[in-house]
Ligand binder design. Structure first.
Ligand SMILES: [Zn+2]
Length: 299
């Protein structure tokens, strides 16, 4: 049976506090999101940014996932799920491990200050195998963007309680300080850092569970057909899963260009308004489709 990892995102979209102080100038997070001068950026939004990318990483590596505290790529509409509900859902889903994504803060939250760095919490009492898992995830996090390494701290946090969640290990990652202007601007409010963090957490989990880490493929240069390499087909399936409408079941990332992948291609063309493609058989993914998939276009 595949190993199941819960990905938890702390708090909710509108939880009081849990946001940066007002930014002194505008910050571009990605193509879709810019924080205006004077605006505060919420911890949960950045957390979902990381979690969404982490889920892709883990699925690609063959791990099963559960989500608590969020449900999709949109971090703006999540209620703040009570901690005992989160714990119950994780236990019920029989997860093996849980990772909770947070950004740290220090001070009154009204002004930026110098506290900084990356660190991980594990439970002080009910920690199971969490220490070793935390060691490996922190090792990979420390290999990316240079940050102060705050180490591993034992604390009685709900999302670290292996007993309550019935998991073998549970860690709570504080990726950077939202009350540190540099870390808030360059890390928390940067999609590039979200991606880097997701890759590093995935690498740590893979190393810990003994699963081979599979890196994201670059865009295939040739048309993708049922005869293409498994890598190219997996790339297609992974990308299709991000853009197909929610009523269509997600594809298994198995590198096999079967009927479900073919139908997903046809549905995708339709959603792009490429009507003439509906007379096509959906068995050849050309240059413009690969480009649209790489950009994650949905219409
Ligand atoms: Zn938090």
């Amino acid at each position: 049976m595949a190993i199941k990892i819960n990905i938890d995102v702390g708090h909710g979209s509108n939880t009081a506090g849990k946001r940066t102080p007002p930014f002194p100038k505008k910050v571009k997070v990605n193509d879709k999101l810019t924080i205006k001068k004077g605006e505060q950026f919420r911890e949960h939004i950045a957390g979902v940014g990381v979690a969404f990318l982490l889920e892709n990483e883990l699925k690609r590596c063959g791990l099963e996932t559960l989500k608590t505290g969020w449900n999709d790529a949109n971090g703006f509409d999540d209620p703040d799920t009570p901690l005992n509900e989160r714990q119950g859902a994780i236990a019920k889903a029989k997860c093996d491990y849980s990772v909770s994504i947070h950004f740290n803060s220090y001070g009154d939250g009204k002004t930026f200050n110098s506290a900084e760095g990356v660190g991980i919490y594990i439970h002080d009492k009910y920690q199971g195998e969490s220490k070793k898992l935390a060691d490996l995830v922190l090792k990979h996090l420390a290999m990316g963007t240079k940050q102060k390494n705050r180490g591993i701290t034992p604390r009685a946090l709900a999302m670290c309680n292996c007993n309550k969640m019935k998991v073998k290990g549970a860690i709570l990652v504080e990726l950077a300080f939202m009350t540190n202007l540099r870390e808030a601007t360059e890390l928390m409010a940067s999609e590039k850092f979200w991606k880097e963090s997701a890759v590093e957490i995935a690498r740590g989990l893979c190393e810990y569970t003994g699963i081979k880490y599979v890196a994201e493929q670059t865009i295939p240069t040739k048309a993708i057909t049922p005869k293409s390499s498994k890598e190219d087909i997996r790339w297609l399936q992974e990308r299709l899963n991000k853009v197909i409408p929610s009523w269509l079941p997600k594809l298994k990332i198995d590198g096999d260009y079967g009927p479900k992948t073919r139908i997903a291609v046809l549905v995708y063309w339709d959603s792009l308004g490429w009507g003439s493609h509906m007379r096509d058989d959906g068995l050849k993914v050309g240059n413009s489709t690969r480009k649209a998939l790489a950009e994650g276009r949905t219409n």
